[in-house]
Design a protein around this ligand. Structure first.
Ligand SMILES: NC(=O)c1ccc[n+]([C@@H]2O[C@H](COP(=O)([O-])OP(=O)(O)OC[C@H]3O[C@@H](n4cnc5c(N)ncnc54)[C@H](OP(=O)(O)O)[C@@H]3O)[C@@H](O)[C@H]2O)c1
Length: 245
């Protein structure tokens, strides 16, 4: 944990979906460093335990919640296990790039199940309690792939732009009750994805490089916190300037 870390999430519980890897892992570590108790969600228990150890080494508090959110049953398990949360980060998801004709219908449905349907059902499960309390923060991982045309990314981009539409409508629905709802449209980030594709995409940004997960997590740490108290319904580009020009 950094000495300069602002501990502005003390007493709050944050559920980070897909926190066993990549951006979600960095977000879990960041929110814990800000004082939140973090529910580290994913499917891979071993990687989940590694994230818990990293958080605990930094003096933070976390527990692992395993569930496959591509199914209704898995989502219900996650909701039941999580209990009340103050912060929900809809991060779990996956991408598929390739010729549109090569994407079989089952994989198309799987993309929408994990990237769109799961966040929808999770917000439906958690936002009403946040609204009843009069506070909460929901942050979803959108992507520049939903904002610019990328050859081979039609279906994935559609899932990510769907999250933008959901975010704006959720803000309209829940922000009058004090719940802030935002999306982060991330540019290319070095995670489990194909590093050559991420590097090539990074070279198309104004900064000329892809991001590391912590560069996304820092922004999410800010948006989750009271420092962003007037930010809702926003789609925040963290993409090295890729969508600015
Ligand atoms: N990397 C990028 O360039 C980039 C750019 C823009 C947006 N994003 C978005 O950022 C998010 C994270 O991406 P990433 O690159 O960090 O991915 P990643 O390293 O592949 O990690 C994905 C995480 O999601 C979890 N997950 C996926 N499907 C799941 C399911 N059905 N049930 C439960 N957990 C599931 C994985 O859990 P297990 O491994 O434990 O199964 C893992 O923790 C995604 O929504 C992605 O679309 C990524």
């Amino acid at each position: 944990m950094s000495d300069t870390q602002i501990r502005d999430l003390e007493g709050q519980t944050a559920l980070v979906t897909g926190a066993t890897s990549g951006i979600g892992r960095a977000v879990a570590v960041q929110l814990a460093a800000q004082g939140a108790t973090v529910l580290v969600h994913g499917r891979d228990v071993d990687r989940g335990v590694q994230v818990l150890e990293e958080i605990e080494l930094g003096g933070g508090h976390a527990r692992f919640v395993g569930a496959d959110i591509s199914t209704t049953e898995g989502i219900q398990e996650l909701v039941d296990e999580a209990g009340d949360v103050d912060i929900l980060v809809n991060n779990a998801g996956f991408s598929w790039f390739g010729p549109s004709v090569d994407l079989d219908p089952g994989k198309f449905d799987a993309l929408f199940d994990s990237n769109v349907r799961a966040p929808y059902l999770l917000v439906s499960a958690f936002a009403p309690a946040m609204a009843a309390k009069g506070s909460g923060s929901i942050i979803s991982l959108a992507s520049m792939a939903g904002l610019v045309g990328l050859a081979g990314g039609a279906a994935y981009g559609a899932t990510k732009l769907s999250l933008v539409a959901l975010t704006r409508s959720w803000a309209a629905e829940y922000s009058p009750s004090g719940v802030r709802v935002n999306a982060i449209a991330a540019g290319p980030v070095y995670t489990a994805s194909d590093p050559a594709r991420i590097k090539a995409l990074g070279e198309t940004t104004l900064l000329g490089r892809a991001a590391v997960p912590e560069e996304i997590a820092n922004v999410i740490g800010f948006v989750a916190s009271p420092r962003a108290s007037y930010v809702t319904g926003a789609v925040i580009a963290v993409d090295g300037g890729r969508t600015a020009v």
